[in-house]
Design a protein around this ligand. Structure first.
Ligand SMILES: N[C@@H](CCC(=O)N[C@@H](CS)C(=O)NCC(=O)O)C(=O)O
Length: 96
């Protein structure tokens, strides 16, 4: 039996890359804990610390592993690594 991963995405309200990352993760059927850093300066500081100083959004973490932004998420999807991190079987649609 596989367990659902903890997926955290730091984002802002107007962010195309966040929308794309959200769409990809939603297609995978996983729950996302979204943290809006434009509404909370303390969370923005936390994002900076956890990501080693990355300032762009989104910043995505899967079970404490720092994935990075949308580009890195999509790259992991193309290699099939994302499904492994999300504990998914191989029948999930990948990014076109
Ligand atoms: N390559 C990054 C690009 C992320 C990006 O440029 N995000 C924009 C918002 S959609 C941003 O954070 N802009 C503010 C900045 O560059 O400081 C990714 O794939 O996530």
């Amino acid at each position: 039996m596989s367990t659902a991963p903890n997926v955290v995405m730091y984002s802002t309200a107007f962010c195309g890359f966040c929308q794309r990352a959200r769409g990809l993760l939603e297609r995978k059927g996983v729950d996302i804990q979204e943290i809006k850093v434009d509404e909370d300066a303390g969370e923005r500081e936390k994002m900076l610390k956890r990501s080693g100083g990355r300032r762009t959004v989104p910043q995505i973490f899967i079970d404490e592993r720092h994935v990075g932004g949308y580009d890195e998420l999509a790259a992991l999807d193309r290699t099939g690594e994302l499904d492994k991190l999300l504990n998914l079987k191989n029948d999930v649609k990948t990014e076109g």
